[in-house]
Design a binder for this molecule. Structure first.
Ligand SMILES: [Zn+2]
Ligand SMILES: [Zn+2]
Length: 341
């Protein structure tokens, strides 16, 4: 079978590897759709600490079971499925505190290799983070299970009032999923800051009320203008750049919470105005990964069609065209590409 490997940053190779066989509880799935993702782009551009190279590549997938092995989980050959690429152990220090997103096993056994003809789904994922895909949901839409779960993890617990200003920094797939979620949570004033006109247009189509082109506009001035000098009440940082993390504090209202979604390069640091953090009660909140509860919520939103993700698919490509998709993403073109082997 064919499967892509990220050999080193900027270099992907389609390799012929042996067809996997399922151990007890595992499944073999024919990939129907694998979605490109900001994490993949980051790894492709500069490497990724959780992806020692050469590494199988791609982690947002949906497909059809071709071998259910001796699965005791009720799955059968021919079932269409959608899954997240990790699952927690359920019994460690973090899992016992319902912080399953921080379970050490989660990232250690990350299922990679979705840009391929087939993939073997480990038992833990089959048991905890996989669902049957209903026929009315396309394979592309089903592929949003993981990124949506990550976004839900940060935004779902927040109490956003309709009159609050929500500022989303970064108009890539994650920023745009935040637009959809903020709208769903009843926000009436959503601002999206980004540097590509095409992506900002999509942000508006998805429901953003204001957009800021950070190349031509001054974010601080524009946010002050839109919020009558108060600043934003909720800020979602979706760029993963230390300078933007720092700037987000100057965009915040008193009492604001800044959700730090975008992970920065290793060993980077930020400095913050301590008096703003203290006297203005500005909270910095990290948000990383997802719990099985978040995956379940993402599944529900997708199957209930409460969230319309299809606008985020820029194009569908064959497996052979994966390098083309990454080159376009490198140029800032497109939101997500669906790879259909
Ligand atoms: Zn992803
Ligand atoms: Zn655990």
């Amino acid at each position: 079978m064919k499967s892509y490997f990220l050999v080193e940053p900027g270099s992907i190779e389609l390799r012929e590897i042996p067809m996997p066989t399922p151990a007890k509880g595992e499944l073999i799935v024919k990939i129907e759709s694998a979605l490109t993702c900001g994490t993949d782009l980051k790894a492709y551009r500069r490497g990724h600490p959780k992806m020692p190279m050469p590494t199988p590549f791609g982690h947002e997938f949906s497909g059809t079971i071709i071998d259910a092995g001796s699965s005791a989980n009720g799955y059968h050959q021919g079932d269409a499925i959608m899954g997240a690429p990790t699952a927690p152990c359920g019994d460690c220090h973090y899992c016992r505190r319902r912080l399953e997103n921080l379970c050490p096993l989660t990232m250690r056994e990350w299922l990679l290799g979705a840009y391929a003809e087939y993939i073997k789904i480990p038992r833990r994922i089959v048991e905890k983070n996989m669902f049957i895909k209903p026929a009315f949901l396309s394979f592309e839409e089903a592929g949003f299970l993981e990124p949506l779960a990550c976004v839900i993890h940060g935004i779902e617990p927040l109490h956003i009032f309709p009159e609050d200003t929500v500022l989303i920094i970064g108009a890539g797939p994650i920023g745009l999923l935040h637009v959809l979620m903020a709208k769903l949570k009843g926000a009436h004033k959503i601002i999206v800051a980004g540097k590509h006109e095409q992506k900002l247009r999509i942000a508006t189509e998805l429901g953003a009320h204001f957009v800021i082109n950070t190349v031509t506009e001054n974010s601080v001035e524009t946010v002050q203008e839109i919020t009558k000098g108060y600043g934003a009440n909720w800020i979602f940082e979706c760029t993963g750049m230390p300078a933007v993390w720092e700037e987000s504090i100057s965009l915040a209202s008193k009492g604001a919470t800044i959700i730090l979604f975008g992970g920065c390069p290793p060993d980077t640091k930020i400095t913050a105005d301590t008096s703003r953090l203290h006297y203005d009660e500005i909270s910095l909140m990290g948000s990383f990964h997802y719990t099985p509860g978040d995956v379940e919520k993402a599944y529900q939103l997708l199957v209930d069609k409460q969230i319309e993700v299809s606008k985020l698919i820029t194009a569908k490509y064959s497996l052979d065209d994966l390098p083309k998709a990454f080159n376009l993403l490198l140029e800032g073109k497109g939101i997500k590409y669906a790879i259909r082997p």
